[in-house]
Design a protein around this ligand. Structure first.
Ligand SMILES: [Zn+2]
Length: 292
């Protein structure tokens, strides 16, 4: 019996070295046992595949796109043969960013590229199909599926959500917990979704945002997480509006030297300290008080 794959084919699809489990997956592939191969590959490195899909989607878009610098802090990339990005769409993006910046007291210190992704990358195997924000250099990047960019209203809503992440990432230097980050983005977006059956504690709630959204269970759990994050942020909003929410973001980094050393060396989360500074209560109390 010949072992598969034949040497020339190994090179064609890129070497996976001697990595045993990939070998098993590829062997199954060459025997056309597709369900088995797919299951092994999925279990092996879902996170790598997610990276792969994001890289692929953005790279294919780049090959066919044009980029327009709209303001010193905003550029927009789109594929002209796929979407007619008229002035109304450009204005919607720019105004959505400006609106959120105004509400959270942000002065556009970091540039952003908004990229309308190629239609063909909007597929069930992509892990972030609703749009996402990436902390890149020399600008942050917001990627939006083409179908969601057709309606000016929907486009503005997604940009308000994702641009919130640009602000939170930069203002808190990435220290903001998932629940606050997504809850705030939902508030800026203007979206509300019904709460799920369980009210989670902070750690499991943050974990639920990272569930794999290519499978139904992951979609359900992460949707519940968004709903809970939004409910908690609405509670905070009721205790001081957007002025205090803007202050809360700054409170993640306005520490004295000793607190900074502790955060940097020990990796201590600063959410409790930030909440106490602005609202006078910590994360545990907040989760209890915000629970319906
Ligand atoms: Zn988000």
């Amino acid at each position: 019996m010949n072992t598969r794959p034949y040497p020339p084919l190994v090179n064609r699809y890129g070497s996976v070295g001697e990595s045993g489990e990939w070998r098993v997956a590829i062997d199954a592939y060459y025997w056309d046992k597709m369900a088995e191969a797919y299951e092994i590959a999925n279990n092996l490195s879902a996170s790598n595949l997610q990276w792969y899909r994001m890289i692929e989607g953005e790279a294919l878009t780049r090959e066919r796109s044009v980029t327009k610098q709209v303001t010193p802090w905003l550029s927009i990339e789109h594929v002209p043969e796929e979407i007619d990005l008229d002035q109304a769409h450009v204005d919607a993006i720019s105004e959505a960013c400006s609106e959120v910046a105004g509400r959270l007291g942000w002065n556009f210190e970091m540039g952003v590229m908004v990229s309308i992704l190629l239609e063909e990358v909007n597929a069930p195997w992509h892990g972030a199909r609703a749009g996402y924000c990436m902390d890149k250099y020399p600008y942050d990047k917001i990627c939006i599926p083409r179908a969601a960019a057709v309606s000016v209203e929907r486009l503005a809503q997604i940009v308000r959500h994702e641009y919130t992440h640009v602000i939170t990432l930069n203002v808190t230097r990435g220290r903001i917990p998932h629940w606050l980050d997504e809850g705030l983005a939902m508030l800026m977006e203007g979206e509300s979704i019904p709460l799920g059956p369980n009210w989670l504690a902070p750690d499991p709630l943050n974990g639920a945002f990272e569930e794999d959204r290519r499978v139904t269970e992951g979609i359900v759990n992460s949707t519940h997480a968004y709903a809970q994050g939004a409910a908690i942020v609405r509670y905070l909003y009721s205790k001081g509006g957007e002025v205090k929410l803007a202050k809360l973001l700054r409170a993640f980094v306005n520490h004295g030297l000793w607190a900074e050393i502790k955060i940097n060396l020990l990796g201590e989360p600063s959410v409790d300290e930030a909440l106490h500074e602005v609202y006078g209560f910590g994360q545990r109390e907040l989760f209890q008080m915000a629970k319906p």
